[in-house]
Design a protein around this ligand. Sequence first.
Ligand code: A3P
Length: 347
Amino acid sequence: MRYRLLLFLQMINLISSGVLPPRKRFPDAIIVGVKKSGTRALLEFLRINPLIKAPGPEVHFFDKNFNKGLEWYREQMPETRIGEVTIEKSPAYFHSKMAPERIKSLNPNTKIIIVVRDPVTRAISDYTQSSSKRKRVGLMPSFETMAVGDCANWLRANCTTKTRGVNAGWGAIRIGVYHKHMKRWLDHFPSQNIHIVDGEKLISNPADEISATEKFLGLSPVAKPENFGVDPIKKFPCLKNDDGKLHCLGKTKGRHHPDVEPSVMRALKEFYGPENKKFYQLTEYEPYLRIIHTCRNPDSPKALTIEIPLGDAKKLRRYFVLNNYNVDITEKGEEDKYTIGGKRRFQ
Ligand code: A3P
């Protein structure tokens, strides 16, 4: 009995001193998508936190490599110690029919992370990536043809029927109908296990999005604005090393996008309008207008901030009352800031 107690105490000691040898474990969290929304940037930036460990390449276990078995999957993971968090990222899981169910059956407590961005930008990014890969095989038809025209059948894209004038069967468009895929995740995981990252904010304010994700992972946030700088050419955020040098993502990230005909942009925006609305309803994730108003009246507070759902903001007249002060939104002062972002009421 005394021997067992001694062994037990030794184990506790080893665990608390972090001496137990590291080992490969199934992931605690998975970045499941959405492809071309900033998933690589998210993972690279999360690595600022020394407790976050991830395999380098995308594993694609729950979609393409499932027949390789669970031990193969575990083998792909980095070695971790107790208290460290293992994350993998395979952005095609988001639109895979099988992935949610398979992940749940491995571990129903897995934390699910989803980066979303404007589906029109995402579709153009997806097209840019495919056409850069197809340069060797032959030129891809233009984005416009693929999105609204009779797109090439050799691409095996489903362009036979149109929805509101758009080739909704083309993968680049279909993936952006977020609510359809999201529904599957919500059918398998409770909303507190799902974290949505705003892909646009990940570009404009990476520190905030990374800290929120660290918190979701149960870690104390390490990411700070001073960890980031901006690539002077691509204008995307990069990690800033201690010596001030920028470490940016590779040349396949932050590619130059083609200019798309305005009429096609309009058609896509109209197509996605009702689809986005369904996604917001599903996730209570809606675009909002944030106004930071600098007061000139010495009797007023220095600055007032208001966040209004974009739909309601459009209905605003010239004035609105904020904390009993009248704010005139048509007279935007130089110090006033108006930003549009995604407001999350969903964790
Ligand atoms: P583009 O290369 O088309 O601009 P993913 O990593 O999921 O494949 O997403 C790639 C997209 O992430 C890029 O698409 C780019 O727009 C966006 N992105 C977000 N943050 C970035 C960053 N810090 N550096 C480069 N690209 C970033």
